[in-house]
Design a protein around this ligand. Structure first.
Ligand code: HSE
Length: 339
C-alpha cells in the first residue's frame, strides 16, 4: 500500500516509528507491506520518492527539523505539494496527520476531497475535516467505493469507532458521554497531586498529548471537536460548534480542585453527544462515579444503546504511539477491505 503522509509531527513520527519497528511482523502476520511515497509538512519541507521513502531516514531528518537532511537520491523530489503528489497517481491512501484546524478544517479538507476524487482511501488523525465535514467526505467516499477511516480522531488508538460502527452495528446509540481530552485529564490529575497548572500543561506538551496550540485543549475545543465527530459518526448528524455548550478547565483554580478532593469528589472535563446536540464542561463527580477514576491521559466513553444498555470503553486518549496505532489499525482495515 503506497501512502502519502500529510504532516510529520508527533503522530506522523509515531506512525513511522511503528512501521519501522513492526515492518516484518506486519508483512508476516497481517500481509501488510506499506510504503511511504510522499510526506508533506508545513515546516519541515516535502519529499516524494515513487519507490518509497526510508522511515529511519525520515525520522532522522525530522530530528533536525528539516527534510533537507534526508539523503540525496536521483528520483527524489523536494518541491511537490500534496496536490502534486496526489496528481502523480501512484498512491493508494492519504494519511492526514497535520495539525487540526477546527475553524475551517483547511488545508486538510481540500486535500482530503482531492484525494477521494483521485481514488485514494483516507485515514485521518486530523480532527478538522471529520468534525466539520464528515457527512460530505463519507458521501464522496461511498460514491467512489473508497474507505474513509478516522479512528485516531477520538480516543487515539482506543477503538471507539470500530466498536460503535462494527461491534455495536446492530444497536441504536442514544448518547455518548465521557472524558475525551487527554491533555486536560492529565492536567487535572497532576493538579490534584499538587502540581501547578503551568507545569502540568508543560508536561502534557512534552509528552505529545497537547494540540499544536494547547488553548484548544484547555478551553474545551478539542473535546468539542470530538463531540462533532461523534455526532456525525454515531448519529449521522452535522452539528456546528455553535450548537454546543463548551467550556474548559481554565476557570478551575488549584483551590477548586483541593475543595473537591476534600469533599470526596473530582473534577473531570466531561463531553457529551446526543442526536440533538452536545456539551463540554468541567464537572464535579463523586469518586464512586467510574469516570472519576480515569486518570492521566487516559480517556473513557460510555455509549447508551438500545440492545446493550451502557457500554463503556477506557483507554489511551492521546500520545505518539497510541495515535500512531489508530492510523495503523485504519490502514489494516483498508488493506483487508481491498483484498
Ligand atoms: N490534544 C488531544 C488530547 C490529542 O489531549 O486529547 C488527542 O486527540
Amino acid at each position: 500500500m503506497k501512502l502519502i503522509l500529510v504532516g510529520f509531527g508527533v503522530v506522523g513520527q509515531g506512525f513511522a516509528e511503528i512501521l519501522q519497528s513492526k515492518a516484518s511482523w506486519l508483512s508476516r502476520e497481517r500481509g501488510f507491506v506499506p510504503t511511504i511515497v510522499g510526506v508533506v509538512t508545513a515546516t519541515k519541507g516535502s519529499l516524494f520518492l515513487p519507490d518509497g521513502l526510508d522511515s529511519s531516514a525520515l525520522l532522522a531528518a525530522a530530528e533536525t527539523g528539516s527534510f533537507d537532511a534526508y539523503p540525496r537520491h536521483a528520483d527524489l523530489r523536494r518541491d511537490m505539494s500534496v496536490s502534486d503528489i496526489i496528481g502523480a497517481g501512484i498512491a493508494d491512501a492519504l494519511v492526514e496527520v497535520s495539525p487540526t484546524n477546527l475553524d475551517t478544517a483547511q488545508p486538510a479538507l481540500a486535500n482530503c476531497l482531492q484525494a477521494l476524487d483521485a481514488g485514494l482511501h483516507l485515514a485521518l488523525a486530523n480532527k478538522g475535516p471529520v468534525a466539520l465535514d464528515l457527512l460530505r467526505l463519507r458521501a464522496k467516499a461511498n460514491a467512489k467505493g473508497l474507505q474513509l477511516r478516522y479512528e485516531a480522531t477520538v480516543m487515539a488508538g482506543t477503538p471507539i469507532m470500530q466498536m460503535a460502527e462494527e461491534a455495536l452495528a446492530g444497536c441504536q446509540i442514544q448518547a455518548a458521554r465521557g472524558i475525551l481530552n487527554g491533555t486536560t485529564n492529565y492536567i487535572l490529575t497532576q493538579m490534584e497531586n499538587g502540581m501547578s497548572y503551568a507545569d502540568a500543561l508543560a508536561q502534557a506538551q512534552a509528552l505529545g498529548y497537547a494540540e499544536t496550540d494547547p488553548a484548544g485543549d484547555v478551553e474545551g475545543w478539542d473535546a468539542a471537536g470530538k463531540v462533532l465527530i461523534l455526532a456525525g459518526a454515531l448519529f449521522g448528524r452535522r452539528l456546528n460548534m455553535s450548537d454546543l455548550d463548551v467550556s474548559g478547565i481554565t476557570g478551575l483554580a488549584s483551590d477548586d480542585i483541593a475543595d473537591a478532593k476534600a469533599a470526596g469528589e473530582r473534577y473531570k472535563l466531561i463531553a457529551e453527544a446526543t442526536p440533538d446536540g452536545g456539551s463540554v464542561a468541567a464537572t464535579r463527580l463523586p469518586l464512586s462515579n467510574p469516570l472519576a477514576s480515569v486518570s492521566g491521559a487516559t480517556n473513557a466513553i460510555t455509549l447508551d444503546t438500545d440492545l446493550m444498555g451502557a457500554v463503556t470503553l477506557i483507554g489511551a486518549g492521546a500520545g505518539k504511539r497510541e495515535t500512531g496505532s489508530a492510523i495503523l489499525a485504519d490502514l489494516l482495515a483498508i488493506n483487508r477491505a481491498a483484498r
